[in-house]
Design a protein around this ligand. Sequence first.
Ligand SMILES: *Cc1c(COP(=O)(O)O)cnc(C)c1O
Length: 232
Amino acid sequence: MKTETKGSRSTEMEIEEKVRPRWIEVNLDAVGRNTRRVKEMIGDGVKLLAVVKGDAYGLGMVPVAHTVISQGADLLGVTNPDEGVILRNKGIDAPIFIFRPLLPGEEELVVNYQLISSISSLQQAERLSDKARIYGVKVPVHLKVETGLGRTGFLPSSIKEHADRLFSLPGLEWEGIYTHFASAAGDPQFTRQQFRLFQSVVEGLKKRGIQFPLCHVCNSAAALLYPEMRLD
Ligand SMILES: *Cc1c(COP(=O)(O)O)cnc(C)c1O
């Protein structure tokens, strides 16, 4: 039994832990079937990036990652490099995509563990480029475009401003460009507006001779609701 030390902080949560043990059972066969079903639905030629951030939304990152990869997911998505490192250490060699911007000092992990980074600012790109040069490697990156979520990414106007510098940095392989919808499940009008803005950014860059193998915008809701937005 735990003895109280400094003051009395026997919280309600502690009491609840004692009286209510809890667990969840995850049916990995169902996760696998759903993965195959989504793959079927989106068809050949469209990649499936299975998001396993936040401990696979609480379902268990490592077992879910193994399952979705074995059942046809093409890439895994995580929030930060540390999650990517855990997956690599558990023997996962599928491509791993990091959603949030890299913090200063995380570049080395990205290079050593061969993770794919989102680029949301020029400084972030420059830091990663420096590290890639030191190691003599090319690091795959995706440009994150801010089209209305209001979180991270380049505003369309700032892409124009920084394009020359950004796309000439050594050591970076511009593998993709993407955005994130603010409310794909709830606001069709805003979602379409974000999509149009994204497409206009992609078009504008194409006119300047800059093209990306992977354009992507669909989170789960959009992938289901807007077939025409599935892109790559
Ligand atoms: C989590 C996340 C996604 C995936 O969203 P789902 O609704 O889980 O499919 C897509 N893009 C970004 C930037 C995210 O953080």
